[in-house]
Design a protein around this ligand. Structure first.
Ligand code: HAX
Length: 436
């Protein structure tokens, strides 16, 4: 058994015992109450699942196994120039709850390299759809097509014991994550660069090789990819991509089919697709204003016209957060350190000054601050990755790290089929009458 798998097995066995004892003693303890507006309002704040890999605080933002993003930047092993954290390290942390050593992360990079062969038929599936197909649709197709190699599906057919489910789920997780950069880069090159594909460079780390296959060799862009693929990985369990992966996985669909579900949820404009919408909206604004250096007054007018047209300001607001997203701040820090005086980055910073008071003034927006998607596009544009309909695929490659490590935990802890209760408005009315 490989060292990560062995460590995971030990941690999971211990927690399984602990949870069993906890449920035996406290299984009927009440932890929360639900009010009617939560039932109609997208279950905001309703505690419905256990998610071990990260937790979101409305004010502090995300913590991965207790570590904030600035702490991760300090503590996780870094890329070759020692500047930005390697996403491999975050995966290790999320899976087993320990900051890995340099050697452990090197081992993981080598593991993923050795598992990175994408089946030929996946390329054929991708080549069979028009290049005008949205990259997220291509991404979902590619992931589901690789399901033919699912270890879990095969072992389930053979009659595996429930106590062993975690083992082939771990194998599927490792294989799938290893292949995603190749798949994503293939989609990018076929969609925007006439199918002029770039062979992997196995001497590089996971994120560095991904940047190489996309065709952007700058060292700073590789650092951006390390940071980007780290900070987008997980945002506790209730967000739509995580929850969908969890829900599909709860039916014992394997990691490939579960992640496909998660990625189709990420592809919605209120969730991950917001990263393309932000830059699209900025480009449209600059076009309309006829300048790349708009004043704050011009931006405010454009924001108001967007709102008057009944549209949301993409990249602003959040279902849980009530402060500027630390993932936004991490990208701002990156831009301050690596990028000097870039038009689009400057526009993003001006928007950061202009939008919150306007949204606050509407009196209904619970969080007027920027989320992760408000900044990412400007950084990608700076390094030449201007094809914004691809951006959510980058998010998806990262999100796989969180939702698949969480899926390993769901299997290890033996979580059952998820099946919450729904009600009709008729039921609500009778309930209210009875309790009046
Ligand atoms: N612009 C305009 N109006 C907004 C708004 C925004 N950025 N954010 C919220 N509102 C509006 C809502 O549409 C809602 O209006 P109605 O009552 O008229 O329907 C009202 O304010 C209350 O909404 P809320 O409670 O503050 O926010 P929700 O929890 O319902 O929704 C969203 C959270 C992220 C979906 C929302 O803020 C939004 O649509 N933002 C823009 C899209 C976006 O950036 N999405 C990415 C979010 C982060 C993420 O998942 N990244 O992947």
């Amino acid at each position: 058994m490989d060292p990560l798998k062995q460590k995971f097995n030990e941690k999971a066995s211990a927690l399984r015992q602990e949870v069993r004892a906890l449920l035996k003693e406290h299984g009927n303890t009440k932890v929360d109450e639900v009010v009617l507006k939560q039932i109609y309002g997208g279950a905001r704040g309703v505690k419905t699942m256990v998610w071990e890999t990260s937790q979101l605080d409305p004010i502090e933002g995300i913590r991965f196994r207790g570590y904030s993003i600035p702490q991760l930047r300090e503590l996780l092993p870094k890329g070759p120039d020692g500047k930005e954290p390697r996403p491999e390290g975050l995966f290790w942390l999320m899976l087993v709850g320990e900051i890995p050593t340099e050697d452990e992360v090197k081992w993981l990079t080598d593991q993923w390299t050795s598992r990175s062969q994408v089946p030929e038929h996946t390329f054929r599936v991708l080549d069979s759809v028009p290049t005008s197909t949205h990259p997220m649709t291509q991404f979902a197709l590619a992931i589901s097509s690789m399901q033919t190699g699912s270890c879990f599906a095969r072992r389930y057919d053979e009659g595996i014991q429930k106590s062993e489910y975690w083992d082939p789920t771990y194998e599927d997780t490792m294989n799938l994550i290893a292949r995603l950069p190749r798949v994503a880069a293939y989609i990018y090159r076929r969609t925007y660069h006439n199918g002029d594909h770039i062979a992997p460079d196995i001497s590089q780390d996971w994120a560095g090789n991904f940047a190489h296959m996309l065709g952007i060799e700058s060292d700073d862009f590789k650092n951006l990819m390390r940071l980007y693929l780290t900070i987008h990985a997980d945002h506790e369990g209730g967000n739509a991509s995580a929850h969908t992966t969890h829900l599909v996985g709860s039916t014992l669909s394997d990691a490939y089919l579960s992640l496909t579900g998660g990625m189709t949820a990420l592809a919605g404009p209120l969730h991950g697709l917001a990263n393309q919408e932000v830059i699209r909206w900025i480009f449209k604004m600059l076009d309309a204003l006829g300048t790349t250096n708009p004043s704050k007054e011009q931006i405010a007018d454009y924001v108001n016209s967007t709102l008057a047209a009944g549209q949301v300001i993409p990249g602003y607001g959040h279902a849980v957060l009530r402060q500027p997203d630390p993932r936004f701040m991490a990208q701002k820090r990156f831009a301050e350190e690596y990028i000097k005086d870039d038009d689009i980055v400057n526009v993003v910073w001006k928007i950061f000054d202009v939008v919150p008071p306007i949204l606050e003034g509407l009196g209904k927006v619970k969080n007027p601050w920027p989320n992760v998607d408000a900044h990412s596009g400007s950084l990608l544009v700076h390094y030449g990755l201007k094809e914004y309909s691809f951006y959510t695929v980058l998010f998806g490659v990262s999100r796989a790290l969180g939702v698949l490590s969480a899926l390993c935990w769901s299997r290890a802890l033996g979580f059952p089929l998820e099946r919450p209760k729904s009600v009709t408005t008729e039921w609500v009315k009778s309930f209210l009458e009875e309790t009046a």
